[in-house]
Design a protein around this ligand. Structure first.
Ligand SMILES: [Zn+2]
Length: 63
């Protein structure tokens, strides 16, 4: 992503000139989706706990 330093317009690909006539661009690195990863990790952990609980209940039931 490139952002025009003059009008802050965003471009997905590098362009030589902005619509406003500016040629000064600042490269923007998209932020990694850490929150999504944390959410899926939390879901995975809760699923593992859930399955362990069921397994524990089954084991207790068989004993
Ligand atoms: Zn511009």
């Amino acid at each position: 992503m490139y952002r025009c330093k003059i009008c802050s317009r965003l471009y997905d690909n590098y362009v030589k000139y902005c619509d406003c006539g500016g040629s000064d661009f600042e490269k923007i690195v998209p932020e990694p989706e850490k929150t999504d990863f944390a959410d899926s990790a939390k879901k995975l952990v809760s699923w593992i706990i859930f399955i362990l609980c069921i397994l524990g209940a089954v084991v207790v039931w068989f004993i």
